[in-house]
Ligand binder design. Structure first.
Ligand SMILES: Nc1ncnc2c1ncn2[C@@H]1O[C@H](COP(=O)(O)OP(=O)(O)OP(=O)(O)O)[C@@H](O)[C@H]1O
Ligand SMILES: [Mg+2]
Length: 236
């Protein structure tokens, strides 16, 4: 579904991605793990063309996204919940969801809101509350819900568990699994390697802008190097 081939991305002179190859098949949950500054968020943003890849190709269902303007990428069925959530703080929960549906024709808006509220009953209870006053976990739910309003076939999630208590992290990961079971392919960037690898069909490890390892979630979880670098003490 998504093939990233030899992608290099720069911020000015700094080369953040140094030739990344990665593939996501339809129906999968694929996770990308790696330390702070490895280039994980840069890769997700490069899929959306902000920043643009300087070299390489990003093929989505055979079409090269590096030639497609960002606003059209959403229409192709890709949505993202960015790092730090970036919900609209002064808008209500409901208005945030409306923003997520802007690129659709609106004909299924009511059903789509229903689907989001069924996944996140908490958002329905808080539909008139302003985004900025939601708790961290609720904001994360809203960021994912807003992304779902564009009815994506591929959902990109950047660190959905960041800063959340263990119980809420588990809820969010359960919901990601449900979203995937409903037919949405998921690309999940995570610091929380334990939960991410347990959930994912396959995973990749990024170090300094390159992919250094890949395998099934279980293979990576069982790998001693991965355990030492990303899991020791990290999953208690
Ligand atoms: N807008 C920017 N301008 C310049 N350099 C940037 C910019 N954004 C990111 N970088 C640099 O690119 C590298 C990769 O950053 P990126 O945010 O992709 O890492 P990450 O793997 O998502 O890290 P984290 O886990 O901390 O979110 C870092 O060295 C970072 O400082
Ligand atoms: Mg990041």
């Amino acid at each position: 579904m998504l093939k990233i081939q030899g992608v290099h991305t720069f911020y000015g002179q700094i080369e953040a991605l140094k030739g990344v190859d990665l593939e996501i098949k339809q129906g999968e949950i694929v996770t990308l793990i790696g330390a702070n500054g490895a280039g994980k968020s840069t890769l997700l943003m490069t899929v959306f063309g902000k920043p643009k890849a300087r070299h390489g190709r990003i093929l989505y269902e055979g079409r090269d996204l590096t030639r497609v303007p960002t606003h059209e990428i959403v229409r192709l069925g890709i949505a993202q919940s960015p790092e730090g959530r970036r919900i609209f703080a002064r808008m209500t929960v409901f208005e945030n969801l409306q923003m997520g549906a802007l690129c659709t024709d609106g004909s299924t808006f009511d059903e789509d809101v229903r689907m989001v509220f069924d996944l996140f009953p908490r958002l329905e209870e808080r539909r008139t509350q302003r985004g900025g006053t939601l708790s961290g976990g609720e904001q994360q739910m809203l960021a994912i819900g807003r992304a779902l309003m564009s009815k994506p076939r591929l959902l990109l999630l950047d660190e959905p568990s960041l800063g959340l208590a263990p119980l809420v992290v588990r809820q969010i990961f359960d919901i990601i699994k449900k979203i995937n079971q409903a037919g949405v392919t998921v690309f999940l960037v995570e610091q929380n390697a334990f939960h991410a690898l347990k959930l994912a069909h396959r995973g990749y490890v990024m170090v300094n802008g390159v992919i250094t390892m890949s395998g099934t979630g279980k293979e990576l979880l069982d790998n001693p190097e991965i355990r030492a670098a990303y899991l020791e003490g990290g999953h208690a």
